[in-house]
Ligand binder design. Structure first.
Ligand code: ATP
Length: 357
């Protein structure tokens, strides 16, 4: 099912939780709503579920405006953070519960519950109570219960936050495979960027109720539209250096404390415009003095097994970058760095937009 949000806002008494949200979601896509706590992810999901109504704007399922449609009339499946399983019901009855509400006959109910249980590999656990299942199995019961109605839209609200790190990785694979197999349009709320990057076809990054960028994981990472997205995605985060633009011998350069770098692409901005240079830790290399555009002093070395994570000072700024294990490097040593010039980002200091995309 195609989903469209057009100029959607949600006001709670004196707080504007969502501001003029526009999203166009294609049939069968897996979308993540990602952002810091309080940015409006759950509010958006609740509006899609029909538990909240937008204050302004329209939500479309295909070509139908659903703003006033009751949750039960939307044919959606939901999985919450808490799973909310019924402790007194066995797995079969937990999964079949939505069908019971729809007054589907018992025999059909049980057949469909068994089919949904097979999808999540729980066919041998149908007669157990939730307390007799592991966290991962409980999560799969919640998933089967959401799928049993064969929904047009699956809404997931931090569905893996109660699982340990290893299980999370397994479950995100499972959910993703199931979603692709069933081809159900899916919208998941998460504050975990790794989870979103691993699972989503596209991610909507929200901050303070506004969309910052709606794009593929790869483009969000390599072409962040603004400073917020650039700072939010990536671990270790992108490095930032304050600088200003100037022209020398016909070339445009960016210069700041401890660095001077020629730009590949010319920006139509006056000399002395203040900007922020952004470089991801993997896009910076230690080089010889004459190849270097940045001078730094090493302040810390972390051995990570496959590589070393180096911290260094460039003027008043701290940066981090990776070097191979074989690279000999010492704390306190002056070094020279050079970024991969087609991987740098330049943000306006005033508005924070990426001037190179
Ligand atoms: P988290 O990751 O912490 O769950 P979130 O991104 O899901 O955060 P929302 O729960 O959508 O954020 O909340 C967005 C903003 O709206 C917050 O400032 C929150 O305090 C406010 N808010 C949410 N629900 C209500 C409500 N029922 N009444 C008043 N304010 C609300």
């Amino acid at each position: 099912m195609n989903i469209r949000l057009e100029h959607v806002s949600k006001q709670f008494s004196n707080h504007l939780a969502i501001h003029n949200l526009n999203l166009d979601i294609r049939d069968g896509e897996f979308i993540c709503l990602l952002g810091p706590s309080g940015c409006g992810k759950s509010t958006t999901l609740m509006m899609l579920a029909g538990l909240y109504q937008p204050t302004k704007g329209n939500i479309f399922f295909e070509d139908q405006v659903v703003n006033h449609l009751e949750p039960k009339d939307r044919n959606i499946g939901m999985v919450f953070q808490s799973y909310a399983l019924y402790p007194h019901l066995i797995v079969r009855d937990n999964i079949a519960f939505p069908l019971k509400q729809q007054k589907v006959p018992k025999k059909v109910r049980h057949e469909r519950a068994e089919e949904a249980a097979r999808l999540v590999r729980l066919e041998n656990f149908l007669d157990r109570k939730p307390s007799q299942l592991s966290g991962g199995q409980q999560q799969r019961v919640a998933m089967a219960r959401a799928l049993v109605k064969e929904p047009d839209l699956l809404l997931l609200d931090e569905p893996m936050s109660n699982l340990d790190a290893r299980l999370k990785i397994e479950m995100r694979d499972e959910i993703r495979q199931l979603q692709k197999k069933l081809n159900i349009t899916t919208i998941m709320v998460t504050h975990d960027q790794e989870e979103a990057m691993a699972m989503a076809d596209r991610i909507a990054i929200l901050d303070q109720g506004k969309i910052q960028q709606f794009d593929t994981p790869e483009r969000l990472f390599t072409q962040p539209k603004n400073l917020f997205v650039a700072k939010f995605l990536g671990n270790p985060p992108m490095n930032f250096l304050d600088g200003e633009l100037f022209i020398e011998n016909g070339d445009q350069l960016i210069r700041g404390e401890g660095f001077q770098l020629k730009l590949n692409k010319r920006l139509n901005l006056p000399t002395s415009t203040k900007v922020k240079l952004g470089i991801r830790p993997h896009e910076m290399k230690v080089v010889s003095e004459d190849e270097g555009s940045i001078s730094a002093i090493v302040t810390n070395i972390e051995h990570l097994g496959r590589e070393q994570l180096i911290s260094a000072k460039i003027g008043k700024h701290s940066v981090r970058f990776f070097v191979e294990n074989e690279t000999k490097i010492k704390i306190g040593e002056p070094i020279h760095l050079h970024p991969k010039t087609d991987a740098i980002h330049i943000f306006s200091e005033e508005m924070g937009e990426n001037l190179l995309v």
